[in-house]
Design a protein around this ligand. Sequence first.
Ligand code: GLP
Length: 259
Amino acid sequence: MEVIIRSDADAAAALAARLIAARVREKPGLVLGLATGRTMERVYDRLAAMKLDFSACRSFNLDEYIGLPANDEHSYRRYMDAHLFSRVNIHRANTHVPDGMAADLGAEAARYEWLIREAGGIDLQLLGIGEAGHIGFNEPLSALMSRTREKALTPATRQQNAAMFGGDAGRVPARALTMGVGTILDGRELLLLATGAAKAAVLAKAVEGPITAMISASALQLHPRCKVILDEAAASALTQRDYYDWVFQNEPEWESYRT
Ligand code: GLP
């Protein structure tokens, strides 16, 4: 794992977008794993402005609320269309979000796993983190080997996402379909982006704490190619800051990203 700390949320999102752009240029048929949430909006704004060629890319989103049709204003499908897909030249048929309206959610989860395998696996998975430490919607006690499945959301998660539902946690769906922690760890490269002081405590647990199913993001420590990009506020509870900065300043891989 490498931790890169930038001055503010804009600079952190800019670095994440540059890294994604580099991967798209290196491999036009990149299979992208995508995330939703407010943190990602800045990344998608930047990617849209870069005029990249996404025409050969395929994408798989981490999760979707159960019970929201794709065209619901709160669905993650709608979020993706608005923030990224309608602004770049990706083919809609190549974009995948789990179907939270499927009559058989178990079958939909298995289909999603199969689609990812058929695509050759995810090359680069973008991740945010919830304040309970979830990646995707892998709430506390999600098995570290879990696959795509239905998951009940914690009251805390529904509260955090209430802002998107007019501030009413009761309107946030109680369940979601989400890639599992194991599905996420199968990605060839992982990129977690977190900004803001509200994420500082859980981020420190995920990066520097023990690996535990209580904090699904801590499983990222198992991955051989995982980058964590933070702003100063989200990094404020980390203890090994000097070392992380030294790696960023000295590792050849980061040379073109230092300016
Ligand atoms: C939701 C998503 C997560 C995301 C999290 C953080 O719960 N399922 O994938 O990481 O929100 O969202 P935000 O960026 O708004 O803090």
